[in-house]
Design a protein around this ligand. Structure first.
Ligand code: NZQ
Ligand code: ZN
Length: 379
């Protein structure tokens, strides 16, 4: 087991109508908030109304910034930062999914520091401060509500990358599963894939940590059992709650203690598809994880089989891969690029950007030639 520091400062409020505690907690953080949200789903699922009511009730003034896109862009973060600085806000409140909360995390740094968002993402500016952040989560997937990670893309540099920083853990996260009842079928499925993929990235990380391994297996079992059930019964609050809590735990450090790192190669490769074709994050993972395991069949063969034994009662690499493929397909998430409409003629373009951005993991390096091989398994 590697040395580690266990740290997670997020006060997470989970369950029906927990947003009733938002106003009081926000008023302890300041008098003026920048409320960040996306394309309008929050106006329909009740989270915007409830958040506004709370802020008004406790006398917190609100400046709004909407229009954050899925696969969020650095330009929107820059614009929101300008708004926040202009109005001198003292905190950021984010209502939405991972794209909104990730953007809000970097906005919170840039308002406090007056720095450029991409300098933060690239590690050229090392922030010392961030405004306090409150997250109201409306989509179960990324785990961003309880971690210190943000992912943004930059069309100019042709990158989609992550930034990790203790300053950007939300102070409070409000998770009412009822807000996720309106998440459409495809994004519900992508969320279940994403939480599974976070467990897999941990599993294939560097270092031997038996308890973290058991957490991985337990969380994937939740996904295997309640994911398909939820796809058949999307209005079921209990199932929404189970998946929401599983997604949080899949990326709140729990599966990482005692490891040096996760792998994160599949995420890095997936970000290339999201960048090029705006493919939703979860869809990139259900396509690439089976292909990546096939590429790693020798290097990581034992580890893949161990996973298959624990989850699918199979004793081979191929059995394990097929287990995941059928699981992802049963949710309705693609396991081949062709299912998302990405033509095989795009292979060159994808390979070029994957190689240029050196998409690979921390534990299993991937050469240019191997990326080409990987692509051959993706259609
Ligand atoms: O924009 P709006 O109108 O809000 O609509 C969103 C968006 O179209 C919609 N939505 C959200 N909640 C809804 C809803 N629709 C109906 N009802 C609701 N309750 O869903 C669409 C997708 O939203 P998005 O926020 O993009 O999805 P997700 O939560 O999956 O976030 C994906 C982003 O997070 C990054 C991904 O790379 C991607 O950019 N990730 C962040 C991580 C982190 N911070 O730890 C880790 C992950 O591995 C991931 O990389
Ligand atoms: Zn992910």
């Amino acid at each position: 087991m590697n040395n580690f520091i266990a740290y997670n400062p997020v006060k997470l409020h989970f369950g029906r109508q927990v947003v009733r505690d938002l106003g009081k907690n926000a008023s302890h953080l300041g008098n003026k908030a920048l409320l960040v949200y996306g394309g309008g789903s929050v106006l329909k699922n009740g989270s915007y109304r409830d958040t506004m009511e709370q802020l008004e009730q406790y006398g917190v003034q609100v400046v709004e910034f909407s229009g954050i896109k899925p696969n969020p862009r650095v330009e929107d973060v820059r614009e929101a930062t300008r708004t926040g600085r202009e109005y001198d806000v003292e905190m950021v409140v984010a209502a939405g999914g991972g794209s909104v909360i990730d953007s809000a995390k970097i906005i919170a740094i840039c308002i406090a520091e007056g720095c450029d968002a991409w300098d933060v993402m690239k590690g050229r500016h090392e922030p010392q401060n961030a405004l306090p952040l409150i997250a109201v989560l409306t989509l179960a997937a990324t785990g961003t509500e309880m971690n210190g990670v943000a992912v943004l893309q930059n069309p100019e540099t042709r990158e989609k990358i992550g930034h990790k920083n203790d300053l950007i853990y939300p102070r409070h996260a409000f998770l009412d599963p009822a807000y996720t009842l309106s998440v459409p079928e495809n994004h519900t499925a992508y969320g279940i894939v994403d939480l599974t993929a976070h467990c897999l990235e941990a599993w294939f990380g560097e270092g031997d940590a038996s308890l973290s391994d058991r957490f991985v297996i337990a969380i994937i079992r939740e996904a295997l059992e309640y994911g398909p059930a939820l796809m058949k019964d999307s209005g079921n609050y209990e199932l929404r709650a189970r998946i929401m809590w599983a997604a949080t735990n899949a990326l709140n450090n729990l599966t990482m203690y005692g490891r040096k790192s996760g792998d994160w190669g599949v995420h890095a490769l997936g970000h290339i598809l999201s960048f090029l074709y705006d493919t939703p994050h979860g869809a990139t993972l259900s396509i690439i994880f089976p292909a990546w395991m096939h590429l790693m069949r020798e290097r990581a063969g034992e580890r893949i089989t161990e996973l298959g034994k624990a989850l699918f009662e199979v004793s081979s690499v191929e059995g394990t891969i097929n287990g995941f493929k059928s699981f992802f397909s049963s949710l309705g998430s693609p396991v081949r690029c062709s299912e998302t409409g990405i033509d095989e003629l795009k292979k060159e373009e994808i390979l070029e950007l994957m190689n240029r951005n050196r998409a690979e993991g921390f534990n299993y390096a991937i050469s240019d030639k191997e990326r080409e091989e990987l692509l051959s398994y993706m259609w």
